[in-house]
Design a protein around this ligand. Structure first.
Ligand code: CU
Length: 157
C-alpha cells in the first residue's frame, strides 16, 4: 500500500478558514443517490496547493465508494486525510473515499480533502471547476467546485 506523508504548511490549519467555512452558502447538487453540498475551493496563497472541500450525503442503502477523482484543470486529484502530531499536521493519502449508506461525510479544513495538484492554468475566485468522481458502481459524478477567496468576508447570515 502506498502511503504519502507530506508536511502540511498552509491554510488547512488557519483559523480564518474555519471562520470562513461557517458562512459559506451550501449550494446543493443532487446526482441520483448522492447530494453534493457546498463544494468549494478556497484560493491558496501563491505557490501553495489548493484543496477542495464539500459534504456528500448518500441517501441509498448501499455504501458508495469513489475509485478516484479527476479534473480537467488539474494533473492530479487525490483524497488526503490530515493527521495531527503535536503542532505538525501531516497529510496521508486515502486510497478510496467511501460514503456509507444513509450517511453524510464532510471534507473540511484540518480533515479529509481533495488535494489538487498540477494546475494547468491560473484559477480565479468566482469560477467553477469541474471535478469528476468515478464510483466503483460504474457511475461518474460531476461536481462543480466554486473557487472562493478566503480573505473576503461572506455576507451570509
Ligand atoms: Cu492534502
Amino acid at each position: 500500500m502506498k502511503k504519502y506523508l507530506i508536511v502540511l504548511s498552509f491554510i488547512m490549519i488557519s483559523s480564518s478558514s474555519f471562520a470562513f467555512m461557517s458562512g459559506i452558502d451550501e449550494s446543493r447538487d443532487s446526482q441520483g443517490e448522492l447530494v453534493f453540498i457546498g463544494a468549494h475551493i478556497p484560493l491558496a496563497p501563491a505557490g501553495m496547493m489548493n484543496a477542495g472541500y464539500l459534504k456528500i450525503t448518500n441517501s441509498s442503502d448501499d455504501d458508495i465508494e469513489f475509485e478516484k477523482f479527476t479534473s480537467p484543470v488539474y494533473d492530479s486529484v487525490m483524497v488526503h486525510d490530515t493527521k495531527h502530531d503535536g503542532d505538525i499536521a501531516k497529510m496521508t493519502h486515502v486510497e478510496a473515499l467511501i460514503v456509507p449508506a444513509n450517511s453524510t461525510i464532510e471534507l473540511k479544513p484540518g480533515g479529509m480533502h481533495l488535494m489538487l495538484m498540477g494546475p494547468r492554468r491560473d484559477i480565479n475566485a468566482g469560477e467553477e471547476i469541474l471535478m469528476i468522481g468515478l464510483g466503483l458502481n460504474g457511475k461518474r459524478y460531476m461536481v462543480k467546485f466554486l473557487v472562493v477567496d478566503p480573505r473576503v468576508e461572506s455576507h451570509h447570515h
